[in-house]
Ligand binder design. Structure first.
Ligand code: BLA
Length: 502
């Protein structure tokens, strides 16, 4: 089958090597010095004009002062060290030094006109933490977060953008100040933020584009260097031109985005937009990162609190099964006796046990023929694998015919001399999704054509079918534990049988 238009687009976008753009944003300067000699071998930006100096092969200390040598000596890999108050020819700079595998990188950005004082910042963070804690539900928590980030950054529009399972995203919270319109509850396709960008944002947690209309400043080296310079951690890294066009299409003049990381996964982003150019200086970026950690902590706590009910129901049924499996009743009879509970504990609409010659169904399920077909498909998965989907028709096309009963599937096969396939089914829950622009028109690529971002962000609604409520990690773990218990019971029974025969 030919790949769909959005899939083609996503893979084309995923290929842009955004960590090695070979240039920076021109509000900053970049110097790269040899790690051993501390002599500069590459620069980007108007170093000659703004620092009024010749740079090539000069020691870093000539530009940054003698103290730089001691700082570099103590610099652990990967951690940025700030050095404030560097005097340029016309302006003051703040510097961040970083040890990389390709040399010592020094980023210089204009010092902000005002400073963010620690006491002021801690006060703001403390107030935000309290508001996060007392927010009654997820939408209010996201609204509080959007407000807190707007108070801190003073951008016109601040959004809490959450990634969904298929990597598309939705705006869950928003705070508006200026003339920019609202995107609250709007969905955006996965290709708007491609995979390599999401991976980078897990590592580099705060990014700013002070002016989306900038002309990039190329990295210049006096002698050829082998590998392109990796700018993954560089704040002034030049961003993808496709993304810059996207921002311009949205009517945005400046942006900043802060990663929200929960349990080592990129849960979402705080997306800050300003209609006109606006910078987010180092201190504010640091404060934004701390605020994002506090917000992420609240998200994790709430997620953990939401689970106990489901966990308890599953534990209860697994304990019951453990007790019965120690006895003499057949495994199939035990499962049949507990079928109703097995269905409800996994919050399924239907539960089915398929043996070689029988189909035993509980709850709402499609017809027997469909169930057999589905079980045969599950049985072809590698042994021990748990099949889990809340968009079954996308994974297994014949399921489109019975999607109303089974858009969600959690399933596994227990091998052995009397193999069993267990299917938990969830009914379709059609959803009206409001997109910012028609996601199916996002594609503008053909052979030899240049990739373009969407030009329209007009609200566009669509009824999404073939999806159920997603399965939780707890449910998936529950099936894994059930499989373990059943396999062990089979083994014990075999041993007992052998002992009896001896
Ligand atoms: C990056 N796209 C991004 C970023 C956001 C979005 C937030 C991260 C920018 C950053 O951290 O500085 C998209 N911005 C949004 C969305 C909202 C928003 C969804 O405010 C909703 C509220 N973009 C496209 C297409 C491609 C593409 C078609 O639309 C690919 C062909 C690419 N987007 C793209 C790339 C980046 C990006 C490559 C990385 C930019 C970079 O860091 O260099």
């Amino acid at each position: 089958m030919a790949p769909s238009a959005p899939a083609l687009l996503a893979s084309a976008c995923d290929r842009e090597p955004i960590h090695i753009p070979g240039s920076i944003q021109p509000h900053g300067l970049l110097l790269v010095a040899d790690s051993a000699t501390l002599r500069i071998f590459a620069v980007a930006g108007d170093v000659e004009g703004r620092l009024a100096t010749d740079w090539f092969n000069q020691p870093l200390s000539r530009l940054l002062g003698q103290s730089v040598e001691a700082i570099v000596q103590k610099l652990p890999p990967g951690v940025g060290q700030r050095l404030a108050g560097i005097r340029g020819s016309r302006e003051m700079f703040d510097a961040v030094l970083r040890r990389t595998s390709q040399g010592i990188a020094v980023e210089l950005e204009p010092a902000p006109a005002e400073r963010l004082f620690a006491a002021e910042m801690l006060g703001e963070l403390d107030t935000a933490a309290m508001l996060f804690e007392t927010a009654p539900d997820l939408p209010s928590l996201c609204d509080e977060a959007a407000k807190a980030f707007r108070t801190l950054t003073r951008f016109d529009r601040v959004m809490i953008y959450r990634f969904l399972d298929d990597e598309s995203g939705v705006v869950l919270g928003e705070s508006l100040g200026g003339e920019l319109g609202s995107f609250l509850n709007h969905h955006f396709p996965a290709s708007d933020i491609p995979a390599q960008a999401r991976a980078l944002y897990l590592r580099n947690r705060v990014r700013a584009i002070p002016d989306v209309n900038y002309a990039p400043s190329p990295l210049r080296t006096a002698t050829a260097v082998g590998r392109p310079f990796d700018m993954s951690d560089i704040a002034v890294r030049s961003v993808s031109p496709i993304h810059l066009q996207y921002m311009r299409n949205m009517g945005v003049g400046a942006s900043a985005s802060i990663s929200i990381v929960v349990n080592d996964r990129l849960w979402g982003l705080v997306a800050c937009h300003n209609r006109t150019p606006r910078a987010l200086a180092y201190e504010w970026r640091l404060a934004a990162q701390t605020l994002a950690s506090g917000f992420a902590r609240q998200l994790r706590i709430r997620d953990e609190q939401a689970e106990p009910q489901e966990r308890n129901a599953l534990r209860a049924i697994l304990d019951l099964l453990d007790r019965d499996l120690g006895g003499d009743m057949s495994i199939l009879d035990i499962l049949l006796q507990q079928a109703e509970r097995l269905c409800s504990a996994f919050e399924a609409d239907g539960f089915v046990i398929v043996t070689r010659d029988q189909v035993h169904a509980t709850g709402h399920v499609p017809d027997v023929q469909a169930l057999r077909e589905l079980a045969d498909w599950v049985a072809r998965a590698p042994e021990g694998e748990i099949v889990c989907s809340h968009e079954l028709p996308q994974l297994h096309h014949p399921a489109a015919a019975y999607a109303t009963h089974a858009s969600g599937l959690l399933a596994t096969k227990i091998a052995g001399h009397a193999p069993l396939t267990l299917l938990w089914l969830r009914a379709e829950s059609p959803e009206i999704v409001k997109w910012a622009g028609n996601p199916h028109k996002a594609l503008q690529v053909g052979p030899g054509e240049i990739l373009n971002p969407r030009a329209s962000f007009e609200a566009w609604s669509e009824m999404v079918r073939g999806r159920s409520r997603p399965w939780s990690t707890v449910s998936r773990e529950g099936v894994a534990r059930l499989v373990e218990a059943l396999v062990e019971a089979q083994r014990n029974r075999c041993m007992r049988e052998l002992n009896r025969q001896l």
